[in-house]
Design a protein around this ligand. Sequence first.
Ligand SMILES: CC(C)(COP(=O)(O)OP(=O)(O)OC[C@H]1O[C@@H](n2cnc3c(N)ncnc32)[C@H](O)[C@@H]1OP(=O)(O)O)[C@@H](O)C(=O)NCCC(=O)NCCS
Length: 172
Amino acid sequence: MEFRTERLVLRPAREQDLDAMHEVLSDPRAMAYWSSPPHEEVAQTRDWLASMIAIQPSEGEDFIVELDGTLIGKAGLWRFPEIGFILRSEHWGRGYAKEALSLVLDRAFGVHGLARVEADVDPRNHPSLALLKRLGFRETGRKDHTWLVGGQWFDSVYLELDATAWNERSRT
Ligand SMILES: CC(C)(COP(=O)(O)OP(=O)(O)OC[C@H]1O[C@@H](n2cnc3c(N)ncnc32)[C@H](O)[C@@H]1OP(=O)(O)O)[C@@H](O)C(=O)NCCC(=O)NCCS
């Protein structure tokens, strides 16, 4: 199973993705607002990758994102209806995340029949908030001290996109 967009390939994770995925998850810029500090050890990425590989089709659908045969990140629904995405910072600013997530959202609503997709974002994470708003997500709430990362508390902005809004956007 593999899906193509204009410039990218989205496919399931495999064990051989370890080194390339570690490059992503040890990138301090990409990990600045993640739910854990940048991975220092490959073993941390091995555990993370194992749980991505273990996602059951009834639980979620998460993809490795490839550009010209090279892994540049991941995008998907790591647990229905929660969206999650990360690209190596050298690949930001070219619309790759929007392109990958458009496929993820088409499948979320069109194939999996979800009523809504949700996101939980650090309020300081402007690139992520901007991306989600470009895709049509709307803020539904905020909460303080939701994540304890590296001994420090961080906050959440909650966003949501519903199937009707996505289908209307796709038609225009
Ligand atoms: C969130 C993240 C994926 C966003 O990446 P991004 O590259 O900014 O997002 P997009 O793919 O939508 O690209 C948009 C940018 O590409 C530009 N662009 C260039 N070519 C484009 C094209 N063909 N189509 C669309 N946009 C294009 C846009 O103008 C925009 O630039 P700007 O940010 O200067 O306005 C990235 O910042 C990231 O990996 N962050 C770390 C992980 C993270 O925080 N994840 C979210 C946890 S909730």
